[in-house]
Every structure is written in C-alpha cells, then in structure tokens.
Design a protein around this ligand. Structure first.
Ligand SMILES: Nc1ncnc2c1ncn2[C@@H]1O[C@H](COP(=O)(O)OP(=O)(O)OP(=O)(O)O)[C@@H](O)[C@H]1O
Ligand SMILES: [Mg+2]
Length: 314
C-alpha cells in the first residue's frame, strides 16, 4: 500500500457519550455538557494557529449539530444530516490535522460510533487489474465505518484520459455508501482547490453529496513562526537569542522557493535545525552540556541552512 492507513491514537478517543439516551436535552448547555464537545473545540482553537475561517466553519457545523440534537429531542428531525465534507488548500495547511479533530467532534456529538479517521489516497482504493478495485474499496470502507474516511487528493480517482479507468468504479461504490451509510460514515475529500473544482464538475453526483466545503488558506509568515514555536515547545526546545529572527528570515526566503508546503515546511526546517544543533553539540565530546544548552536552537543552527547560501541578487 502506498500510504499507510492511520487511525486516531486511542487516548484521543472519548468514551461514546450517551447523548441519544439522555433524558431531557433542552438547552445548548445540556448538549455541550453531556457531549463534552466544547473541550475539543477549545483545543482546536488553542492548538491550531490561524485558520480563522476554518474554525468559524467548524463552530457553525457544531452549532448545526447541537441544534439538530435539540430538534430531535422534540421529535423534529426526520433524517440524519449530511456531513460529508471537502477540505481544499495547499499542502501543509492543516487539512489532515483538522480532519482528526472533526472526527472527534462528530464522535462526541454522537454522529459517528467510533470517531477514528482512516486516511487514504487513490492507490488504497483502486486496483491495478480488473476485479481488484471493488474489494479494495470495500475493505477500506469497512475499516472506516463508524468513523471518518479521509481521501487525500481525491481528484486522482478520476482520470478522464483513460476511457475505462478503475477509479470510476471506486467513485461509484463511494457514492452508494455515502448515501446509504450517511449515519455511520463521514467522507472528507481533500486536495488543491482548483483541481477539486474540476473534479466536482466532472462528478456532479459526488459534488451534490458534499454538504460542507472548507477552504484552508496559506499561512502568513507570522503564523508560520508561531506554529514553529509551538512545535519546538512541544518537543522541549526553544529559540536562543536571535534565533527566532533568523527563522523569520529563513521563512521569508523559503516562501519564495518551489515546493513550499506551509506548516509542513516549518516542521521539516525545524527537524533540520535540531539535527544541526545535535551536530554542533556532538562536536565537543568533553563538555557537560546544561539542560538549557540541550534545549536551545541557536542562530547558527538556523543560519547554516543552504537557503542562506543562495545568492539573492540573482
Ligand atoms: N494551524 C496549525 N497550527 C499548528 N500546527 C499546524 C497547523 N497546521 C498544520 N500544522 C502542523 O503542520 C503539519 C502538517 O499539517 P497537515 O498534515 O494537517 O497538513 P495537510 O494540509 O494535511 O498537508 P498535506 O496536504 O501535505 O497532507 C502537521 O505536523 C501539523 O500538526
Ligand atoms: Mg494531509
């Protein structure tokens, strides 16, 4: 398999809330208290830098679902709401991360039984030979039932240049399941915005089953810097004097380079900075390094990047 299927770590999964058996759900506060969904929303607000439009949309969706619960308590809701979504944005803008949080929110509100996330790409769904696609797709769907199926770069499922591409078969099965199992599986299609638009134009059946479109903007430099600091803190590192400014400078340069991938590029750059820090400390075998020194990324660990060697006058 080209990409690993992965699941939310067990510790992140809350016990299934007994929302549907709750005696009297009268207020928004009742639903929030019982589902504990607000914890996840607060975490999302706190842990993820920027993404204001995405966070607003998630709050709107959560509001819709909470009110749906209150309506159901009055016997008003007939059909489970359509929750399939589309996340568009450039690489590293937080789509996978937000999808995991979304799975938790849907789980806590009782819309999916298990709340796990299964992430796949075309190769996990589509076979190479005749007869291989249907079992492959069904196997993935089976794993995803009760949770979220996240299909990255979903447009690769559709290859109009191949007259009989097996991707079409996977799409047809997906369509059926999205319709018939909407109370037990949420599908999130992800990818670049423009390609997704073209894909939806050629596959109106899929497009019409997607209820929520969330656009993930590129991060501004100050947001990337903020994200970087958060990553360092998580790993018990920090910037030494002047290193933050050096990293700011690095990011401004990196943004201009090809294959810039937002927060993912930040993560990769910091991984390399840690490597250089380690090499720097390793060079002095006899010195007893202090806790502080072991935690500090210095200016030179950033400035040694080859990006600073590029002749900018060119
Ligand atoms: N807003 C954010 N705040 C903090 N960290 C973030 C944020 N967005 C992304 N990250 C981190 O950046 C990395 C890449 O994010 P993620 O994998 O969610 O992006 P993606 O849009 O799915 O990217 P790709 O298209 O490359 O799969 C992850 O390590 C994630 O934790
Ligand atoms: Mg991703």
């Amino acid at each position: 398999m080209s990409t690993p299927l992965y699941h939310l770590p067990g510790s992140m999964q809350a016990p299934v809330p007994a929302l549907d058996e709750a005696p009297a759900l009268r207020s928004v506060a009742d639903v929030l208290a019982l589902s504990q969904v607000e914890e996840v929303m607060d975490e999302l607000g706190r842990d993820l830098i920027g993404l204001a439009p995405v966070k607003t949309r998630i709050r709107d969706i959560a509001a819709l679902l909470v009110i749906d619960k209150l309506r159901a308590a009055h016997g008003l809701t007939a059909q489970s709401p359509s929750l399939h979504m589309c996340f568009t944005g450039n690489p590293g803008t937080g789509k996978t991360t937000v999808a995991m949080r979304m799975a938790q929110i849907l789980h806590r509100l009782g819309y999916i039984r298990k709340g796990h996330l299964v992430a796949v790409t075309r190769d996990d769904l589509v076979g190479q030979y005749i007869g291989h696609t249907a079992p492959k797709t069904r196997e993935v769907l089976k794993k995803a039932m009760g949770g979220v199926l996240f299909i990255d770069e979903a447009y690769y499922l559709y290859r109009p240049e191949n007259e009989r591409d097996y991707g079409q078969e996977a799409i047809e099965i997906l369509l059926q399941v999205m319709e018939n199992h909407r109370d037990d599986l949420v599908v999130i299609l992800a990818g670049y915005g423009d390609r997704m638009d073209t894909f939806f134009q050629s596959n109106p059946g899929l497009s019409s089953r997607i209820a929520h479109h969330l656009a993930f903007p590129d991060y501004a430099v100050d947001e990337l810097l903020h994200i970087g600091e958060g990553m360092l803190t998580q790993q018990q590192y920090r910037f030494g004097v002047g290193a933050r400014e050096a990293f700011d400078d690095y990011l401004q340069r990196r943004l201009q380079q090809p294959h810039f991938a937002n927060a993912r590029s930040v993560r990769n750059a910091l991984d390399r900075a840690r490597l250089r820090q380690a090499t720097r400390l390793f060079a002095d075998r006899d010195k007893a390094w202090s806790r502080d020194e072991l935690c500090t990324i210095e200016v030179q660990d950033i400035r040694a990047s080859r990006l600073f060697a590029v002749n900018t006058s060119e």
